[in-house]
Design a protein around this ligand. Structure first.
Ligand code: FPP
Length: 242
């Protein structure tokens, strides 16, 4: 059994490569997103077996609206299908589901499905799954700054009282520890506007595996990479400070 002190408590994942995976098979991109949904399920199961308590996955960014209308529609249909099909099983396995991002752009059926999934699973404790939809890190920070500005404008916050902790309180996922490990599949080495504030000291793992091929083995490789990192949080290593 792995040493729990070298296991990340919170993993953030950019699930990239669905389109390329589908194209390699001569299939439409939506086929890759469907396979990506299966990979997410496998990854949740693998994370639970490893006793990882928190997963935050990027399912739809604010920038994804720029994709062809047909791909966006199929992706949103897939989310709805996954909500109808998978939530009961996730609930039975003790997964707590939470959506982050601006849902106001989604239709009522999808919004209700998300709210029901959250409601149904809200007392579960085996794994917390945060699904980012219509999310961007910068938007998150701007929304937080706006609330802070409003508090200042009404005299409820003095400039000197604005600390990192106070700003953090206004951000998405404020109630959770920040990610220890960030995984991006699909070979690109970018953050793509995901959890910008929250990953200040997160270890980054970039994998060439296309997301639909991700599963227990690729997760194990990411965890082994993480276990070998020395996290200093801006301080000195044990050796250098001796
Ligand atoms: C990026 O691959 C992936 C997405 C934009 C969608 C992520 C969605 C899933 C994994 C589906 C499952 C999610 C849920 C919540 C059911 P890409 O299309 O950019 O791939 P490419 O870089 O190869 O083009």
């Amino acid at each position: 059994m792995a040493d729990p002190s070298t296991l990340p408590q919170h993993i953030a994942i950019v699930m990239d490569g669905n389109g390329r995976w589908a194209m390699q098979r001569g299939k439409p991109r939506s086929y890759g997103h469907q396979a990506g949904s299966d990979a997410l399920k496998r990854t949740i199961e693998a994370a639970m077996r490893r006793h990882i308590p928190i997963l935050t996955v990027f399912a739809f960014s604010c920038e994804n609206w720029r994709r062809p209308r047909n791909e966006v529609r199929k992706l949103l249909d897939l989310f709805l299908k996954a909500l109808n099909k998978e939530v009961r099983e996730l609930d039975e396995h003790g997964v707590r589901i939470n959506f982050i991002g601006d849902r106001s752009m989604f239709n009522q059926t999808l919004r209700e499905g998300m709210a029901q999934a959250e409601q149904r699973t809200c007392n579960n404790t085996a794994l917390q799954l945060n699904v980012a939809v219509n999310y961007s890190g910068r938007t998150d920070i701007v929304a937080a700054a706006r609330r802070i500005a409003a508090a200042a404008a009404t005299g409820n916050l003095a400039a000197d009282d604005l600390t990192e902790e106070r700003l953090n309180e206004e951000l998405t996922l404020a109630h959770l520890p920040p990610p220890d490990l960030f995984i991006r599949t699909g070979g690109e080495k970018r953050l793509s506007n995901f959890l910008l504030w929250q990953i200040a000291y997160t270890e980054l793992h970039f994998s060439d595996v296309l997301w639909p091929d991700f599963g227990a083995d690729a997760l194990a490789a990411a965890l082994a990479d993480f276990a070998g990192r020395e996290r200093r949080f801006g301080g000195l290593s044990q050796v250098r400070s001796a």
